[in-house]
Design a protein around this ligand. Structure first.
Ligand SMILES: C[S@@+](CC[C@H](N)C(=O)[O-])C[C@H]1O[C@@H](n2cnc3c(N)ncnc32)[C@H](O)[C@@H]1O
Ligand code: SF4
Length: 264
């Protein structure tokens, strides 16, 4: 990992996100983050924060931590995340600040907690935390009534993103730019996470951002796992694997060109 990091990130100060599963469950979590930070890359994790509440040493080599939290109301957060999770995340946030780790909160919005977006944003503003909210996603290929009941309607998803764009323009601490939220509000079909085209994509994923699976497969981004013919760092070599990830035809997703504005 250390060798690959030096190869990938010589002069840049890009973030290296350790996503998961739950990455803090790894016994070597501190070592991994130490390698990332030592190689000059921003060391970052997305986490449920549960282990960090009682083990602040997990922050020792982290530049930033993204906590998953869905409500400031412990019952509502507990409905999504489990009882006691809110209190643990609050404890973990305090540890993060004690250690000068930048903090972000990522909220997953369902019909049950739609009213929690603004209270959570206000909390983030008070504490100097970056905030992002995303609608709950379900895998439509495995229909499940309980899960479906939690998903927002298309107008709710659109309005939520327009609101976030408006908040961002008003200087509130949203993680992404207003254009990104507006683009998401124009998404043609929220059951589709990507749009593939015939020509090579101009998306930044694959050039300035990569997703590497634990087995060494390199993808332009996580959404392309199993939808892209990946090369492998160990089998094919680092350069080949990185170059291959540049050539993809995924045109519209989180980091790509906007879907066109609706006519009229
Ligand atoms: C899959 S989790 C993995 C990292 C870590 N275990 C955590 O809980 O934050 C990565 C992010 O995806 C979000 N997430 C999980 N399930 C989701 C879903 N069904 N729809 C939208 N976002 C989801 C989580 O809240 C978290 O912020
Ligand atoms: S357009 Fe989005 S989903 Fe597609 S490769 Fe780029 S970042 Fe990934």
């Amino acid at each position: 990992m250390e060798r690959n990091h030096r190869g990938c990130c010589k002069a840049r100060r890009d973030p290296h996100q350790i996503p998961g599963g739950e990455p803090t469950l790894r016994k070597d979590f501190r070592e991994l983050t130490e390698v990332v930070q030592r190689s000059g890359v921003i060391s970052s994790v997305t986490t449920n924060g549960q282990r960090m509440a009682t083990e602040p040493r997990l922050f020792d080599y982290l530049d930033e931590a993204v906590f998953s939290l869905d409500a400031l109301d412990s019952e509502k957060n507990g409905f999504h995340r489990g009882r006691g999770v809110l209190a643990n995340v609050m404890r973990a946030i305090d540890h993060a600040f004690d250690r000068q780790t930048r903090v972000y909160i990522k909220m997953v919005v369902s019909t049950e907690i739609h009213d929690q977006i603004e209270p959570l944003l206000e909390f983030c503003e008070r504490r100097g935390i970056g905030f992002h909210a995303q609608p709950v996603q379900v895998d439509w290929s495995y229909p499940d009534e309980e899960a479906t009941a939690l998903t927002l309607s298309d107008p709710d998803v659109r309005n939520m993103h327009l609101k976030m764009a408006e908040w961002k323009r008003a200087g509130r601490p949203l993680m992404f730019c207003a254009e990104t939220y507006e683009r998401t509000a124009r998404w043609p079909d929220y059951t589709k996470f990507q749009l593939f085209g015939d020509k090579p994509s101009d998306c930044m994923a694959g050039r300035y951002y990569l997703h590497i699976e634990p087995n060494g497969d390199v993808y332009p981004c996580g959404l392309n796992v199993d939808r892209f013919s990946a090369k492998n760092i160990l089998r094919d070599g680092l350069q080949t694997a990185l170059k291959a990830a540049r050539q993809h035809n995924c045109h519209a997703g989180a980091g790509a060109s906007p879907p066109p504005a609706p006519a009229g």
